[in-house]
Design a protein around this ligand. Sequence first.
Ligand SMILES: Cc1cc2nc3c(=O)[nH]c(=O)nc-3n(C[C@H](O)[C@H](O)[C@H](O)COP(=O)(O)OP(=O)(O)OC[C@H]3O[C@@H](n4cnc5c(N)ncnc54)[C@H](O)[C@@H]3O)c2cc1C
Ligand code: SF4
Length: 482
Amino acid sequence: MRRGRGRYRDRRGPCHQSRGSGGCRQVDQSDASREPGSWRSESGGWIRASRAPHHGFSGGADGQSQPRNVQAPRCRRLPRDRGGALRCLQRQEQHLGDGAGRTTHRRYCCGGCQRSLRCDRGADHRDPHHPAQGPRGSWPQGQRHRQEGRVALRPFKIAFPSSVDQACDVAGDNFADARLLAGGSDLLTSIKERIEVPDLLVDLKRIKGLDGIAFDEKGITIGGLCTLSDVAAHEKVRKHYFALSEATEQAATPQIRNVATIAGNICQRPRCWYFRSEDYLCLKKGGFKCYARWGENEYHTIFDNDFCCAPNQSNVAPILKVYDGTLEIVSTSGTREVEIEDFFTGPTDDISRENILEPGEVVTRIHLPTPAPSSGCAYFEARERQSFDWALASASVRLTFSGKKVSDARVVLGAVAPVPLRRRASEKLLVGNTISEETIDAACKAALEGAILLEHNAYKSKLVEGLLARALRAAAERGKGG
Ligand SMILES: Cc1cc2nc3c(=O)[nH]c(=O)nc-3n(C[C@H](O)[C@H](O)[C@H](O)COP(=O)(O)OP(=O)(O)OC[C@H]3O[C@@H](n4cnc5c(N)ncnc54)[C@H](O)[C@@H]3O)c2cc1C
Ligand code: SF4
């Protein structure tokens, strides 16, 4: 779960602006209210909705109470708090009184209460009659391992294969209960958050030959175990695939980039805070509803958000699409090559997963063809915190020029859809034209076609327009078409 994102901003600005913008509509906006100007008659309604207090539980669309507030003001730890189980208990009561439940408390409190006290688990959102949910304490596949009132991680084994074949063998034999471990920056957190409950971790880091970068006239081949730091700093990447370097060096922090691998980055699980909280059994985890759609959805998708609105947060994935990348995937059944375009899956395909990987399949290499000499690429993202954060939105662009005119274009948006989203309408508008402010404007508008803005993320449409305009200008400049 993202930290420090529980503060509430005056959301009137972005919502207000986007309300009348072309091509986008609020999820709860009726057809009639889409007529120019007619939304004004409802303005009182939506302004009230935007300003509604977000504490505790509030009415949902189905008339049921909905958890609204998964974040609460930071509970500062002071020196006098050390070992203060009683103070923890008092704070816990205070949090529970706010209706925020254990989710908030465990994120921001000192942890002493976790060690010293039996925890109150807050509201239980599971349906006792749901086959996948069952009564409290019986999470699917024994997701909780209880010991004397505390919640412990379920024990798991670790295998250290020295070759890809060994890794596939051991992971394939254990089917769904084995997980591949690379840098661990996402997987280990997911295990602690009980999103992943493996019996076996297959540590890939001792496999030799998967952490190199090779370059020839056909393009660049990056080993799946290459860290983001290595990719960002590699001489050939900086020279021939500069936008990949831009994308990787903006991900996370230097420490995380030193361990996070490129394959792990494209396979990372969603950051939706309801998904990451063990107290919410949402649709993606086998539950009945998407809590984000009617709850705290400011970081969620503005495209394809009918079922699950958790965005794909990878910095690397959109840029691999822009460069027409291919993945080498190895399993016990052999090796297959998959275009990055076909790698990601949306919630309508299978809500429980984000890509086509089957259990025991290892992403061993990523290949990017050599870009045309007259092409320029660029990656721009916006973050809430500049020091490190996941992108709120990103725009990746590749433009190939024939003279001053664009002969080929790739436009991919990140962090606004369940998959890195190619905007073919924008690409079509760009091809055959010179890059001018008019074409940039038209391409940006086309990129937002079909956007469905949720209650708190209308600002993302403006963000996308701004980022895409910058990326197009930079790509044109680099491709000498600007
Ligand atoms: C504080 C923080 C900030 C972050 N900010 C950003 C950001 O701004 N942008 C961004 O893109 N990311 C960000 N991340 C995510 C980070 O980049 C990913 O966690 C990381 O890239 C995952 O790589 P890993 O090697 O650690 O993967 P792991 O955690 O080891 O694995 C992640 C997933 O990938 C699978 N996997 C790993 N390797 C392979 C393989 N070779 N074949 C098949 N499956 C594999 C694992 O089974 C697991 O499901 C952030 C993470 C943190 C903790
Ligand atoms: S957006 Fe997806 S992951 Fe988040 S609560 Fe909804 S279904 Fe779950």
